[in-house]
Design a protein around this ligand. Structure first.
Ligand code: DAH
Length: 328
């Protein structure tokens, strides 16, 4: 009997891939199947043999059943139902896109990379020395007060309040000449509202070489502003104090919303300040170990968020960073 059972199993396995599952079901599990015939023969056996052989037969039946079930479910899935139209377009998966701030950073990087600058990075947790000390920020400067700065461990470690800290790093660690741009996050102890956030983005630039002067600064920044706002944009430089530069300037552009007629965006000034810049202060060069009699340079820093907000018509800065999906 056991021989017959294993023969049936062998035959089934041979035929499994060749005959369709419904036919196999009839042949191996049907009323006239060999297995069923064996069940009838059980009556001729002793009680002990009945038990052993009966269980072997049942085992094989179960095995064949599960094999056939899985074969049928496979062929069910691969057999498209009649109302399935494979030419219809599928469901589109939701695909993300670059963050508006990232897009603006890439756009500005493109300009400066073309001008020979490298994109440079620095840490967001900084030393007091890189964020303030080396930048000629005197210790009584209001930016050093707890009001503005978020300290990790007072007074040595803080969240950088501007990307200028990376200027100090580059000037200390890199070989001259230096030509870098630094996009990145900065942090200040701000009360959050529609235009202020305690985390925001800045974009910094630094060029140090022999014989760099103010005309290089003006030429570079005017070309940059034209790249960003168009050839016809009007620009204006104003004297401004920034501790890390001397002289320091603010660069304004004619308000692109009202063309200097006066509107809410420019607060009826006709111009908008877009960045701070200047000639790198000799004290800064000195504190980073550079001979200020041989080298000079210019630097600039700008906030990116207002630029992103006007470009993409986003009225609330918090919308940029609260993680909500927005379709632009
Ligand atoms: N660090 C300044 C700020 O956060 C911006 C700035 C001004 C950067 C003048 C510069 C610069 O590199 O030369 O407001």
């Amino acid at each position: 009997m056991e021989d017959k059972i294993s023969k049936i199993k062998q035959n089934f396995e041979k035929e499994e891939g060749k005959i369709s599952p419904p036919e196999l079901r009839i042949k191996y599990l049907g009323r006239h199947s060999e297995l069923n015939g064996l069940l009838h023969e059980l009556a001729t056996l002793s009680d002990a043999q009945k038990k052993a052989t009966g269980s072997s037969i049942n085992k094989l039946k179960k095995y064949i059943e599960t094999q056939l079930d899985s074969l049928e479910s496979l062929s069910d899935n691969s057999q498209p139902s009649e109302d399935f139209d494979p030419t219809l377009p599928g469901n589109k998966p939701q695909v993300g896109s670059l963050h508006p701030t990232t897009k603006v950073i890439n756009l500005i990087n493109q300009f400066f990379i073309y001008q020979g600058y490298s994109v440079y990075e620095g840490p967001e947790i900084e030393t007091e020395e890189n964020n303030f000390g080396k930048l000629n920020l005197p210790s009584d400067h209001p930016a050093r007060e707890l009001m503005d700065t978020l300290y990790i461990k007072q007074p040595e470690y803080l969240l950088r309040t501007h990307t200028s800290s990376v200027e100090a790093r580059a000037l200390t660690n890199e070989a001259l000449p230096i030509r870098i741009v630094v996009p990145g996050k900065v942090y200040r102890n701000e009360t959050e509202n529609t235009t202020n956030n305690s985390m925001f983005y800045q974009y910094e630039g630094l060029l140090v070489d022999h014989g760099v002067n103010m005309s290089h600064l003006k030429g570079t920044l005017i070309a940059f502003v034209k790249y960003l706002y168009g050839e016809d944009v009007k620009t204006r430089f104003r004297c401004k104090y920034y501790p890390q530069v001397e002289p320091g300037v603010g660069l304004d552009i004619e308000c692109p919303f009202c063309l200097s007629v006066g509107c809410m965006v420019c607060k009826y000034r006709g111009f908008i300040e877009i960045l701070g810049a200047g000639m790198v202060h000799p004290n800064m060069l000195k504190s980073c170990g550079i001979d200020h009699t041989k080298y000079s340079g210019f630097a600039f820093g700008m906030g990116l968020d207002r630029l992103v907000m006007t470009k993409y018509e986003i009225a609330d800065i918090r919308k940029l960073y609260n993680g909500e999906l927005v379709t632009l």
